[in-house]
Design a protein around this ligand. Structure first.
Ligand code: FAD
Length: 469
């Protein structure tokens, strides 16, 4: 029986005034009854428009049909045939710009809540499913993956499923990339990331942490160790600053540092020694997911006022809709069409305020968004005792500067062809290291594509009789 409700089945969440003081997950997920009800909103369109919006081509109508029948474990099998991290993607993908944007139900009402259903199925499996060992017959060919973020993990998983002997080299002490050091616990519980990584280990993927490639080992040394191909998924973890006066003051953070201290180094927990400044009035500069996460963390650390300062308007804010909505509910104040021009310090070298200028929207720029134009004479001061810069990141230069033959563009992003092959033979790359800061699912899609290219390179074509190992 189809459910013709125009609205998505609501998902329970912690009350805003409760959750803005804790780091527990904000949204609580569907019950099985809610999931079935929501799945019954899917019209099972023959032309499957939702799938076209998914960078890893999850078989969306098929998995939703299983949810509607109450066969949640079969739904999980369908999702994981193309997506290695469904509990993560169900929580953090910008569905409104991808699968849900294409959903026919979205024309006259709200689209089917595809993300919430994906999350439900993945969580249900973690609770009740048992992972069957899906180890492929080993082919004896070694491949190295650099970076254990979504790009590296998805590439490694796909290669392991094809029988390759895969080792991931990760610079920090934990696998997960931004999923563990950037996105906060209240949006993506770290236990869930660990469970998803464990399922990759179960496929035979080895993960070596505390290994900075370009320092501990070079790319060429990996070749000497017998790796027949390398995938570089080293992300874009180098923070950008605005280049304005006062950015060296105490109390000014990059969002990367602020979020790493909180999420990876657990500065919000009393039993951890990680230092963090607890401020009264915090300005976060930027309008993406990173800015929302930093602002909501600052609020949870006890700030009385937290501002998002963004130079364009509401329509141009790039963060996921749900994050903007949750941030507002939690009391974050939005200062839109506003740009900082100078940070002001006290005589001890601490930030005490920020000079801003008001903006208006002009003509669209290269990104297609209307560009911000300064309104002359509109300067004013905001009183803040912490400023967090969340205006973007670039790829870390370490790997490209220590590897001969690996070319990057002027933004420092590695250059790849359609097969995700870099300019150095046998070396592939994908994710934020290639695109600059983007999304989890795009990074995963790139990792998958590279895995396919590596398999095409290293596995003998059927009937050739060759053995490249
Ligand atoms: P990363 O996740 O950055 O992983 C790269 C890994 O490589 C890291 O673990 C790093 O330590 C490791 N590494 C780097 N250099 C080396 C080296 N030399 N040797 C060995 N290892 C190395 N996207 C969404 O879709 N939805 C969201 O809600 C969302 N929110 C975000 C919130 C924050 C705070 C941030 C920072 C990003 C967010 N993103 C979001 C973006 C998304 O997380 C990234 O696009 C995605 O993680 C990129 O994946 P990646 O594997 O390319 O890189």
């Amino acid at each position: 029986m189809p459910n013709m409700s125009m609205q998505k089945t609501p998902m329970p969440a912690q009350a805003p005034e409760v959750r803005n003081k804790n780091f527990d997950e904000v949204t609580l997920g569907y019950t099985p009854e809610m999931a079935v009800l929501e799945a019954q909103r899917c019209l099972q369109c023959k032309h499957r428009p939702c799938m076209k919006g998914c960078p890893v081509a999850v078989r969306i109508p098929e998995f939703i049909a299983k949810v509607a029948q109450g066969d949640f474990l079969a739904a999980y099998e369908i999702i994981t045939s193309t997506n290695a991290l469904p509990a993560v993607c169900g929580r953090v993908c910008p569905q409104e710009n991808q699968c849900e944007r294409e959903c026919v139900r979205g024309i006259k009402g709200e689209s089917v809540a595809i993300g919430r259903l994906e999350r439900f199925v993945a969580d249900y499996f973690m609770e009740y499913g048992t992972a069957a060992s899906k180890r492929a017959e080993p082919n004896g060919i070694k491949v190295a993956v650099i970076g254990a973020g979504p790009a590296g993990l998805s590439c490694a998983g796909d290669l392991a499923r094809r029988g390759f002997e895969v080792t991931i080299y990760e610079a920090i002490h934990k696998a997960g990339g931004v999923l563990v050091y950037g996105i906060p616990e209240f949006r993506l519980p770290k236990a869930i990331v660990e469970r998803e990584i464990d399922s990759l280990r179960a496929l035979g993927v080895k993960i070596e942490t505390d290994m900075v490639i370009g320092r501990a080992l070079s790319l060429d040394e990996l070749g000497e160790m017998g790796y027949k191909a390398v995938f570089v998924g080293s992300g874009a973890g180098l923070p950008r600053f605005m280049g304005i006066e006062g950015e060296g003051l105490l109390g000014v953070y990059s969002a990367n540092e602020f979020l790493t201290r909180i999420n990876l180094m657990k500065a919000y927990k009393d039993e951890y020694d990680t230092p963090i400044i607890r401020s009264k009035s915090v300005a976060v500069i930027g309008g993406g997911n990173v800015a929302m996460d930093a602002a909501r963390c600052a609020m949870r650390l006890g700030a009385e006022r937290v501002y998002i300062v963004y130079r364009r308007g509401e329509e141009e804010i790039p963060a996921r809709l749900e994050e903007i909505h949750h941030a507002k509910e939690e009391g974050i104040e939005f200062r839109l069409l506003t740009a900082p021009t100078r940070l002001l310090g006290d005589d001890q070298g601490w930030v005490r305020g920020m000079e801003c200028v008001k903006m208006r929207l002009g003509e669209p720029d290269a990104s297609g968004r209307r560009s911000p134009v300064e309104i002359p004479g509109s300067q004013y001061e905001m009183e803040v005792d912490s400023v967090i810069m969340a205006i973007g990141t670039s790829p870390n230069p370490l790997i490209r500067t220590t590897t001969e033959g690996l070319q990057a563009d002027r933004r420092g992003c590695l250059i790849v062809n359609e097969e995700m092959a870099t300019t150095k033979p046998g070396v592939y790359a994908g994710g934020d290291a290639v695109t600059g800061a983007a999304t989890v699912i795009l990074a995963m899609g790139a990792g998958k594509k590279a895995a396919e290219s590596i398999a095409n390179l290293l596995l003998p074509s059927p009937g050739s009789g060759e053995n490249p190992a």
